[in-house]
Design a protein around this ligand. Sequence first.
Ligand code: ADQ
Length: 472
Amino acid sequence: MSGRSSFLIVANRLPVDRTVGPDGTASWRRSPGGLVTAIAPVMQRRHGAWLGWHGAADEKLDPFEQDGMNLISVPLSTEEVELYYEGFSNATLWPLYHDVVAPPVFERDMWDAYRLVNQRFANAAAEVAEHGAVVWVQDYQLQLVPAMLRKLRPDLRIGFFLHIPFPPVELFWRLPWRKELVEGLLGADLVGFQLSGGASNFRRLCRRLLGLPYKGNEIFLDDRVVTTQAFPISVDFGELDTMVRDPAVITRAKEIRSELGDPDHLLLGVDRLDYTKGIGQRLEAFGELLKDGSLAPNEAVFVQIATPSRERVEEYRRLRDDIELQVGRINGEHAMLGLQPIQYFHQSYGRKELAALYLAADVMVVTPLRDGMNLVAKEYISCRHAMDGALVLSEFAGAADELRQSYLVNPYDIEDVKRQLLAAMRATPHELTRRMRTMRRRVTTYDVDRWANEFLNALESPVSQSATLHTA
Ligand code: ADQ
């Protein structure tokens, strides 16, 4: 790849994974996920480029092309992976932005690495962006990039989207580097959040921390205006809807049910193994239903898929031990020969296998303690074209704002989770269809394509470009 680009995505990771074949040759494969699917066509149309780390430490790569996308690797050292990625991003910001459900770590060397790596990303973007290019920075690992980039290249149009929640002022206030982080984000023309609550937390913070006035969605700086707005992310509805009509996927879904002994109720959880996802809470509720006799051991099977995640961060190692102990206990108490009420898998699956699981499940259980959006909930909805199946969904997932017809629960209230699990299992087909139809209508209309387009339209809209200054 050569030359400059008029459209850039800047994200912690490149949208590809390296795989090594049996003969030892390495190749790149596009990573699954809605973000890549939504952005790929825009990239192709505009000769875009994607900047991000390629996943291996201490290695420099030349820019390369994959699936029509120009990819530029930003290198990270082993120490930077530890301090910037596992450290400041995942042990400081992640818990702080998720209601401090685990205690955040505040360490100066992590912050120093975060700043250094963000500067490297900003420098790389400044180097390849065409004059007046549109640059879209993604997520909490790169919150300093907008301001750093603006300083180097004031001609660019810079957007930022935060995939996780933006916390209330009172929680954010603890951060020793709060001012730098907020100023980093204010380097963007448009700062996007999953929910309007996150956007208003951010505006309030700007006023309290920096004394900046705001009106409606706009924050007024001395010389420009920053727009803040909610863009709830979504999934590739069409891709999933097509996939679950594939005869191979239908057969696999039937096989899954029969391998599980054709239970009356197949409950499913699919999450990264993360302490924000409320896996322990849902298993506790399910265990109690078995214990108090509300459910017979042969009546329901709970399949919990927990993708390995951030395994070098201490808190995640502890969580894995806790969950595995809990699964062992519940199965130990309630299993019968050849029948385990909880089937637990600490593995990653391909998209088709996941689609078959969604198709097989009667009740999808999504109970995060806090979640920016939660794509799993929307993926399940996309897979239920027969208009059956129930979604049990935490009030603390961003998706709850849109999916009001789910069985909403407070995951901290185990009795509530138990009640809603039972309600979902006992619902009539008519009731399930009524709920599912409305939820599917929402996800079909607001798919990930629309999300990306709405963000980019807002970023490039002449109204915000001409940004008439507030004279308050
Ligand atoms: P995550 O916290 O990773 O995302 P989520 O939105 O649920 O959470 O996305 C997880 C994705 O991984 C889904 O597409 C799911 O299908 C896939 N996945 C999970 N387990 C898997 C497995 N075992 N095998 C294969 N794939 C698996 C962050 C935020 C969310 C926000 C998204 C997007 O935390 O709140 O919705 O970004 O903005």
